[in-house]
Design a protein around this ligand. Structure first.
Ligand SMILES: Cc1cc2nc3c(=O)[nH]c(=O)nc-3n(C[C@H](O)[C@H](O)[C@H](O)COP(=O)(O)OP(=O)(O)OC[C@H]3O[C@@H](n4cnc5c(N)ncnc54)[C@H](O)[C@@H]3O)c2cc1C
Length: 392
């Protein structure tokens, strides 16, 4: 079978793959996206775009589509204690270098916008892969695939693995992995909360036992996330709405829902893959490279950051580039990744560990830190800047 040649093939067209394809849209490089998925992305995942990332999305030309699709603005994060008393609101920094609000939109819509934009700019996007194989040729990779109705082949000079936490590219090429499995799964519920103001905020309750996050969704809805013990999963999956409601009201006094339904359970991990050290030009991005705990709205935002940095590293290439040309650029990108992202991953892991409890004891130490921030503008400003993605 004749195989069409692409400069870059990306395996996995989730947020990381889609973001890279969009970031490369004006580069003149030919891009192929391949994914086994045929439906939309999982709606529970990353839906809040940090202020610091919005200038990147503007530069990629997708901000208008996000707003047209219904993206809404949210202010900062409000923290409450186990009695429901407000401790502090971490604001969004205001300034020329930063959008003045988070932007939120359902994950699958963000993914669709990235892919539509990439396709409009000429990227080829093939979904529904039942199987695929990877072989090395001289100075390139060859991918052969079987999709629902057809098979196909392509060669590429550079291969990108953006196939998520359980990356098949990583396992097939036997790359190492440093993984921390958090003890407690995260339960996600969806509801319509009462008394939500027009200025949406992300609300975190430091309940006696666990941290409960009430995360704005578009149209006045709310996504609720909290750790559960494995024995409790059955309760959240099967009990009637009023039982779920009662339990949440115990944890978050003063919070009430008009409707509340169980969504899903996620086993959070923090993991970092080794960079590829074999023959050929290959790089891992997104969760395939650096999966994070969902505690601090960072996984998807880090996909944007890394896609932008990788596209920037490749900017000097022209279509038809050789492996010898791209390899040094990938080494530079890898070094930049280590330097800039390693501290962000460590910070996220610390937040993940803090949330990974169902015996939090009211989170005394965290509450004290938040009280300090409430009393000191400098500390509060530093927290705000970190949450916005402006600093680590
Ligand atoms: C409950 C939850 C809430 C979250 N909330 C936030 C948040 O608020 N903010 C934030 O920034 N981040 C959040 N995240 C993290 C964020 O969603 C992820 O970091 C991000 O979506 C990762 O994107 P990705 O493209 O790397 O991986 P994925 O989204 O997993 O995409 C991988 C793609 O590869 C495809 N694929 C997988 N295997 C193969 C294969 N063998 N062959 C072909 N294709 C394959 C899949 O079909 C998929 O389309 C959350 C995560 C979870 C679980």
């Amino acid at each position: 079978m004749t195989a069409r040649h692409f400069d870059i093939a990306i395996i996995g067209s989730g947020i990381a793959g889609g973001a890279l394809a969009v970031a490369l849209k004006d580069s003149g490089l030919s891009v192929l996206l391949l994914d086994r998925r045929s439906g939309p992305l999982d709606t529970a995942r990353g839906d809040h775009i940090q202020p610091a990332m919005q200038s990147v999305l503007s530069r990629w030309g997708v901000m208008d589509q996000l707003l047209e699709a219904g993206a809404e603005r949210r202010a900062g994060t409000r923290w409450f204690d186990a009695e429901g008393a407000h401790i502090v609101t971490v604001p969004v920094p205001q300034g020329e270098d930063c959008a003045g609000a988070f932007l939120f939109l359902n994950h699958e819509k963000i993914g669709d916008i990235l892919l539509d934009t990439a396709e409009e700019a000429g990227a080829m996007n093939i979904t529904g892969l039942a199987d695929w194989s990877l072989t090395r040729a001289v100075g390139s990779w060859r991918v052969d695939w079987q999709a629902t109705e057809q098979s196909g082949s392509a060669t590429c000079t550079m291969l990108v693995a953006a196939d998520g936490t359980a990356s098949t590219v990583r396992s097939r090429l036997k790359m190492g992995l440093d993984r921390h499995r958090y003890q407690y799964p995260i339960a996600v519920l969806y509801g319509r909360q009462q008394g939500v103001s027009d200025e949406r905020t992300l609300d975190v309750y430091l309940a006696q036992e666990r941290m409960v996050s009430l995360i704005p969704r578009t149209g006045g809805r709310t996504k609720v996330g909290f750790p559960v013990s494995p024995e409790d999963i059955g309760f959240w999956k099967t009990e009637p709405e009023e039982s779920l409601h009662r339990r949440l009201t115990e944890w978050c006094p003063g919070v009430s829902f008009d409707s509340l339904t169980f969504g899903a359970i996620y086993p959070p991990v923090s993991q970092q893959s080794e960079p590829y050290r074999g023959e050929g030009a290959l790089v891992l991005i997104g969760d395939a490279r650096h999966a994070m705990h969902p505690a601090r709205s960072m996984g998807m935002n880090t996909c944007f950051r890394v896609a932008d940095q990788l596209a920037d590293s490749l900017r000097c290439l022209s279509s038809g580039f050789s492996e010898a040309e791209v390899l040094p650029l990938l080494s530079e990108f890898g070094a930049r990744f280590e330097q800039e992202l390693t501290p962000r991953l460590a910070e996220n892991h610390a937040a993940g560990l803090q949330m990974d409890t169902i015996t939090g004891g009211g989170f005394t130490a965290l509450k004290e830190q938040l009280q300090l921030a409430a009393a000191d503008e400098r500390i509060l400003g530093a927290m705000a800047s970190k949450a916005a993605g402006l600093t680590v």
